[in-house]
Ligand binder design. Structure first.
Ligand code: COA
Length: 162
């Protein structure tokens, strides 16, 4: 079952609501893995085991009409730091501000869960996501060459909640 976690107060045309995924619901886990891997052809695809074992906290992103328009997740790194990962917008809904809205929404989730910092690693070629994070006050904190896999170069962007 899905349960509502947060409402973002945003303009009607790009409002999103994050709905927490139940990691014990096998069908829901399969659905989010399929959605993420279909719409985000990463060299490091999402594996269902990461959700089942509680590594990721996953959310569907729904628009004002309750249609699923994307997905996102975070991973607790310490008591204080959470890493947001796998923010994906359905290609039919891109470039309408939803990626930015989902980024704001996962930040709100991380804040509400009591963390004091959020960070993300982003491929240096992923200009849309880098733009989104910089506009939302994240700072580039480093560059990781050959990071998660040889040939994959990523910026680390972080935001301390003050
Ligand atoms: C990255 C992603 C989430 C952005 O979603 P989106 O809904 O298109 O993003 P937004 O509409 O909020 O766009 C944010 C900004 O980036 C710009 N942008 C979006 N796509 C772009 C593109 N392909 N090229 C250049 N700029 C782009 C937008 O124009 C917007 O800037 P603007 O406000 O000046 O117009 C989406 O492209 C996606 O799902 N990609 C695949 C998964 C992925 O790479 N996730 C990030 C992993 S770290």
């Amino acid at each position: 079952m899905l349960s509502s976690m947060s409402d973002q107060t945003l303009p009607a045309n790009n409002a999103v609501r994050l709905v927490a995924l139940d990691a014990n619901d096998d069908d829901a886990v399969d659905a989010v893995v399929s959605f993420v891997n279909r719409h985000y052809p990463s060299e490091l695809p999402l594996a269902r085991a990461g959700i089942k074992h509680g590594h990721y906290r996953f959310f569907w992103a729904q628009n004002a009409a309750n249609d699923v328009v994307g997905a996102t997740a975070y991973v607790p790194r310490t008591r204080f730091l959470a890493e947001s990962v796998k923010t994906v917008v359905d290609p039919r809904h891109r470039q309408q501000g939803l990626g930015a809205a989902i980024s704001r929404a996962i930040e709100a989730e991380v804040r509400a869960a009591g963390f004091s910092k959020i960070m993300s690693t982003i491929l240096i070629t992923n200009i849309p996501m880098i733009i989104i994070k910089l506009r939302q006050g994240y700072l580039v904190e480093g560059i990781h060459m050959d990071h998660e896999k040889p040939g994959l170069h990523e910026y680390s962007l972080g935001k301390v909640f003050r």
